[in-house]
Design a protein around this ligand. Structure first.
Ligand SMILES: Cc1cc2nc3c(=O)[nH]c(=O)nc-3n(C[C@H](O)[C@H](O)[C@H](O)COP(=O)(O)OP(=O)(O)OC[C@H]3O[C@@H](n4cnc5c(N)ncnc54)[C@H](O)[C@@H]3O)c2cc1C
Length: 511
């Protein structure tokens, strides 16, 4: 839908003259895509994007999944650009080990045998975000860069006042809407006291880019482990590979040009990341090399200078996602967990719904009830998404058999209930975040139930010194999911295996 019937340049419903209709704080993926969609929906809107950095550096958030792939490829129209300048991703793979595991070929594996069916990409965000911002400017947004928003004064239904600093000068601009796309800085949520750390999920992460990481599809590994190489028919190298252990997992994401992004995420209650005098990069290498697959892959690898990072206590949320005059998108609104790469899915939903809200107001629709619904939907989605998939997940993320079942159900239900929606019903489905509709409640309760049970079983295994007993020399290579209901039996099959596991083992932790 294209809406161009604005009230007049710089004139909101409040009647006064404003400098802009919309000011967007942050010009990275969330901010720039909001600008593109706003200008597409309302070509008359005067949109200002304020971006702090003069040039984007590399950042985490490199693996897309099916929803973010849809958003980038089809909604933003970047498919051609991504196919030419980035790597096409081939799903997710997991690598498990226990004390019997000697080498890469013994490590238990979960992943697709062939290539996947829907598009997604491995991104160098410094390149992609630059392109999205360039397209936002091309679409008519004004850009101030480098410029930093230092304060925002909100006035419900009125004029928002944004103070920004460029070089050494401070200016204020007035607008009808502020979009906070400032990422982890979460400027509005922190300034207004809405920001909440998620204390139930104390995860931390260290990451770096590397050169010389072994190629999963290369001759060196194929000659060393021929049976291992022949077992998989697709590309392992362009998958997001996950090397996992007790209470932690790591991502291995290849970037166009040969560098590899490798990082570890761990639950601080379970895993011990090395502390001490060594640099973060050296500690990361030491930690990952304890796993036989990590040791193999990193044996000749070196860190890219100045590109190692560390962040503690990853998840957080906000108590307000929108009001009459502001919206929060992407990481400025909340962050869950990097496992399964939901970050850019969250961007897809928050941006689409926020644009719809602003467009409704500009059209003159009464928006109080829309704002209330927006806040309820995103708050419910965050909570349910967390409880269904992530809460205590790190208890069992390193257990091959438990993760195999969880992964089949997590992924199968994601395809069935979430991914299918925009592909079948169009981009407007992205206005509805996962788990926010009542119809999704049974699925939420089901997912929360198996997630809780697997966490309990893993705790019990650890207590009985049986952690990781199925982690050696198993390989589960499957056909990746499709959007057909014919895949439902696979999900039911996994649920049946869960029931069997309860009878044979789970009873130990029923109390
Ligand atoms: C360890 C880890 C791994 C992850 N892996 C993945 C993954 O594989 N896949 C995935 O989808 N997601 C992943 N994510 C999440 C992903 O990184 C984020 O969801 C995504 O980068 C958020 O984009 P954004 O545009 O909202 O914010 P950002 O990319 O953080 O951009 C915010 C922008 O705002 C600007 N800014 C900030 N403050 C101001 C200010 N005051 N004035 C002006 N400009 C300002 C900044 O310069 C920046 O450009 C991961 C996150 C973590 C922590």
């Amino acid at each position: 839908m294209i809406f161009s019937g604005r009230i007049g340049p710089g004139r909101g419903r409040v009647g006064g003259f404003m400098d802009y209709d919309i000011v967007i704080i942050g010009g990275s993926l969330s901010g720039a895509s909001t600008a593109i969609l706003l200008r597409r929906e309302c070509p008359g809107l005067r949109v200002l994007v304020v971006e702090r950095s003069a040039k984007f550096g590399r950042r985490v958030g490199e693996a897309t999944v099916e929803i973010s792939g849809f958003f980038l490829g089809r909604v933003l129209g970047l498919a051609g650009f991504l196919n030419e300048s980035q790597l096409i991703k081939q799903g997710m793979r997991f690598w498990f080990a226990n004390e019997q595991t000697q080498s890469l070929s013994d490590s238990s594996e979960i992943g697709p045998r062939y290539h996947v069916r829907l598009p997604s990409w491995q991104l160098d965000r410094s390149v992609v975000d630059e392109e999205v911002l360039r397209r936002a400017v091309e679409a008519g947004a004004e850009l101030r860069r480098p410029a930093q928003v230092t304060a925002v004064e909100l006035a419900a239904g009125g004029e928002q006042v944004v103070t920004l600093r460029e070089a050494d000068a401070s200016t204020t601009v007035r607008c009808r809407w502020v979009v906070d796309a400032s990422g982890f800085a979460a400027l509005l949520a922190r300034q207004q006291g809405w920001w909440r750390q998620n204390l139930e999920h104390p995860t931390a992460s260290a990451w770096a880019r590397w050169q010389g990481v072994k190629d999963w599809d290369g001759r060196a590994l194929a000659e060393k482990f021929p049976d291992w190489a022949n077992a998989c028919y697709g590309s392992r190298n362009t998958a997001t590979n996950h090397i996992v252990g007790d209470g932690w997992w790591s991502w291995w994401i290849p970037l166009k040009g040969g560098d590899v992004s490798v990082g570890v995420v761990f639950d601080q209650r379970i895993a011990n990341f090395p502390s001490g005098e060594m640099s973060v990069g050296e500690r990361l290498k030491e930690f990952l090399s304890r796993h036989p697959v990590g040791a193999e892959l990193l044996s000749n690898a070196t860190l890219v200078d100045g590109d190692t990072h560390w962040r503690k206590n990853l998840p957080y949320s906000t108590t307000q996602f929108a009001g009459d005059g502001f919206v929060l998108v992407g990481d400025a609104a909340a962050f869950l967990d990097p496992l399964y790469s939901p970050g850019m899915d969250w961007i897809s939903f928050t941006v689409t719904a926020s644009v719809a809200l602003i467009v409704a107001e500009q059209r003159g629709d009464p928006i109080d009830s829309l704002i209330e619904k927006h806040n309820n939907d995103f708050s419910k989605s965050y909570q349910r998404w967390f409880q269904a998939i992530y809460k205590d997940k790190y208890e069992y993320v390193g257990e091959f058999d438990l993760m195999r079942l969880a992964f089949l159900m997590d992924l199968g239900l994601y395809y069935l209930g979430v991914v299918s929606q925009p592909f079948k019903f169009g981009a407007q489905s992205l206005r509805v975040p996962p788990f926010s509709l009542n119809v999704a409640s049974p699925v939420f309760y089901f997912m929360r139930a198996y997630n809780r049970r697997f966490a309990s079983m893993a705790r019990e295994r650890r207590r009985r010194s049986q952690w990781g007993r199925a982690n050696n020399a198993r390989r589960y290579l499957f056909q990746s999911f499709s959007l057909s209901p014919k895949d439902l039996p696979r999900i039911l099959g996994a649920a049946t295996q869960w029931a069997w596991l309860e009878l044979t083992e789970g009873w130990r932790s029923w109390r």
